[in-house]
Design a binder for this molecule. Structure first.
Ligand code: NAP
Length: 255
């Protein structure tokens, strides 16, 4: 059975990836999508609306036990994993010293540990033509005060994805890191719900536009997908300007 796995499938970008893959299932050779999130009723509702067979998997990806349940499921079913979409993620818009222990650990476990382990667990079931889609962020290109832990997890994802793409090239497996700026979803509300030191949220893109850009960039052979001209320029500048300067500009925007 050829499958796609989408984490974060109950909301925002992960849900749009699942929708896109379901709508283009024949083109991408997918027979089933595994929808992963904690809110079972939400992914069940999504499954009912998609034009493809779905398996709904209620899973807290910060839990090592739950990650191992996914590993066991892969070992039992031995599917051909055509797409792995690591979209589950969270952040808190606060200084690292104002975050709780739980917020800090959950951000790192969900954004870094879970995608790295899921990729490890799914890779034996991938073959030439398989694709790993990892969610990075515009914040992956520079250190970001007041989104410190979040941005650092996304820098990990960008670095990990690009190196993994090189390592897996020989097997014909593609890896792309999707790095949008602000996107309309539940993410920003959750990031700010326990207080926010980030005040200036700019233009917001739709999750659908992020997903379409990712597939357009995959088709062009890119390993990083950045949506929007301004975001591309800013990401480019973040690579060449001193990071102290880039951080100061960001801080000024937030005061
Ligand atoms: N929105 C933005 O501005 C933006 C910009 C750049 C990058 N990103 C990245 O894009 C990805 C998707 O974000 P989004 O905007 O779609 O956010 P979202 O609407 O908040 O969706 C987050 C998803 O992650 C799942 N999730 C959260 N905690 C989880 C846990 N402990 N275990 C399993 N699943 C969990 C949520 O499902 P449940 O709550 O049902 O578990 C939900 O499906 C994230 O990696 C985010 O960092 C977002």
């Amino acid at each position: 059975m050829n499958i796609a796995i989408a984490t974060g499938a109950s909301s925002g970008i992960g849900r749009e990836f699942a929708r896109y893959l379901a709508e283009h299932k024949d083109k991408h050779g997918i027979e089933e999508i595994w929808l992963v999130a904690r809110r079972l009723s939400v992914i069940e509702e999504l499954a009912g609306s998609l034009p493809i067979k779905c398996k709904t998997i209620a899973c807290d990806l910060t839990s090592t036990d739950d990650l191992h349940k996914l590993r066991c499921l892969l070992e039992e079913e031995k599917p051909a994993v055509r797409y792995l979409v690591n979209a589950a993620g969270m952040g808190k818009f606060k200084s690292a010293m104002n975050m709780t222990e739980v917020e800090t650990a959950a951000s790192i476990d969900l954004n870094v540990k879970a995608p790295a382990l899921l990729t490890l667990f799914a890779s034996p079931y991938m073959q030439a033509g398989s694709v790993i889609i990892n969610m990075g962020s515009r914040s992956a290109f520079q250190p970001v005060p007041y989104m410190n832990i979040y941005a650092a997890t996304k820098a990990f994802m960008l670095s990990h994805s690009r190196a993994l793409g090189e390592e897996l090239k020989v097997k014909g497996i593609r890896v792309i890191c999707v790095c949008p700026y602000w996107v309309k979803s539940e993410f920003i509300d959750i990031a700010q719900d326990s207080g926010s030191e980030v005040k200036n949220i700019g233009r917001m893109w739709s999750a659908d536009a992020v997903v379409r850009q990712a597939f357009a960039d995959l088709a062009k052979g890119k390993d990083v997908s950045v949506l929007g001209f301004t975001t591309k320029v800013e990401a480019g500048l973040s690579k060449v300007l001193p990071h102290k300067l880039v951080m100061r500009v960001w801080e000024r925007m937030q005061i």
